[in-house]
Design a protein around this ligand. Structure first.
Ligand code: ADP
Ligand code: MG
Length: 348
């Protein structure tokens, strides 16, 4: 289908999700091998006796990272990890990555080496092969785009749309630390800009700073679920924030949910640091994003089985659609969950 262009619509009116929906509405699948197109963590392609998954993510200097405090080596590592996270979110295992970079003349060979050192370390750790890419000039700054390819048996794939009433909503690890880490890095940058003689003071907050600069993807969880013979009913990774991810699951599954504020896993240091910044730790956990944890649903009896084996928290349960998408706060008030996520096109 072709877009009829008669108006000029600002993109911030749609937001990122609105724009993707608009693109998806006009993309028709023609190949029988395209099992899943736009709309999940990765696309799924029929590859004979198994399925391939494929996903892309792009990081743009000044939007997704700031080289004042993001070492290139860490950035290379992060660029790989955020892509692998989407492969794991399909319950697949990544095998290859393709890396595209756009560089301005300000970058040296040594800078590119630092970036690729991080890329190579991530590839080794997650057992994926760098098999190609593209290198181009950029008028300004650095852009890095990665595409990851993974594999799964067809009946192992987990989508966003399989959550069922009564399922337990599980989240791995903890939430909000990457966002709080970013606030700390921004504060130290500000102080440094005003007085370059002052050395940054991270108050020994290595965990939250690392969560921002060098996140990890949840390979071990996926392997452990397979070992336990457990396949979640739905799954998504947390890149934009718990609020927007649970909304994706509920919307695509045609269900509602009740999440409990008191059950949200928040690291102690992240909690304390959020308070120091006058931020609500719950808001950081719900809307901060970049945690790269997995959010998934399983029936209650399956939750009992995985609970002693995995680092997961049960944060709520799935309800019928009419009950809405709700957070029960610590005072037992019911609050409707709205996607605060990123509106990538909001005017800065
Ligand atoms: P995630 O947060 O899991 O990386 P996104 O929100 O980036 O997912 O993307 C959601 C879906 O939209 C995915 O299926 C992705 O492939 C698709 N998508 C995003 N941007 C585009 C685009 N410009 N053209 C086509 N599909 C897109
Ligand atoms: Mg994702």
């Amino acid at each position: 289908m072709e877009f009829e262009n008669t108006q000029r619509t600002q993109l911030d009116k749609l937001g990122e999700f609105g724009l993707i929906e608009h693109i998806a509405a006009n993309a028709r699948l023609q190949q029988a091998s395209s099992i899943k197109g736009i709309g999940d963590d990765a696309a799924v392609i029929d590859a004979g006796n198994h399925a391939m998954v494929i996903t892309s993510d792009m990081l743009v200097e000044g939007v997704h990272f700031d080289l004042v405090f993001h070492p290139l080596k860490h950035l290379g590592y992060k660029a790989i990890v955020v892509n692998l996270s989407d492969v794991f979110a399909m319950n697949a295992l990544p095998e290859q990555v393709v890396v595209n970079i756009a560089l301005s003349s300000r970058f040296t060979l040594e800078a590119v080496e630092d970036l690729y050192n991080g890329i190579n370390i991530a590839c080794e750790k997650y057992k994926v092969d760098l098999v190609g890419g593209d290198t181009v000039a950029s008028p300004r700054g650095l852009t890095i785009s990665v595409t990851a390819v993974g594999r799964a048996k067809k009946d192992e794939l987990v989508y966003r749309n399989g959550a069922r009433e009564h399922d337990v909503i599980c989240v791995t690890g903890d939430l909000g630390a990457a966002y709080v880490g970013l606030q700390l890095l921004e504060r130290e940058k500000q102080i440094f800009m005003e007085n370059p003689k002052v050395q940054p003071d991270f108050e020994e907050q290595t965990y939250i700073v690392e969560r921002q600069l060098k996140p990890e993807a949840q390979r071990e969880i996926i392997l452990k679920l397979k070992e336990l013979g457990v396949k979640p009913t739905s799954m998504i990774d947390i890149s934009d924030g718990l609020s927007s991810e649970i909304l994706h699951i509920c919307r695509q599954s045609g269900v509602g949910c009740r999440l409990y504020e008191a059950k949200l896993p928040i690291d102690h240091n992240a909690y304390e640091m959020a308070r120091k910044f006058n931020l609500d730790p719950t808001v950081c956990a719900m809307n901060g994003g970049e945690d790269y944890e997995l959010l998934f649903t399983v029936p209650p009896e399956v939750y009992e089985k995985i609970r002693p084996e995995l680092d997961v928290s049960a944060i709520g349960y799935i309800t019928e659609k009419a009950a809405g998408v709700k957070l029960i706060d610590k005072s037992e008030n019911e609050v409707e969950i709205k996607a605060q996520g990123w509106n990538a096109f909001r005017k800065r």
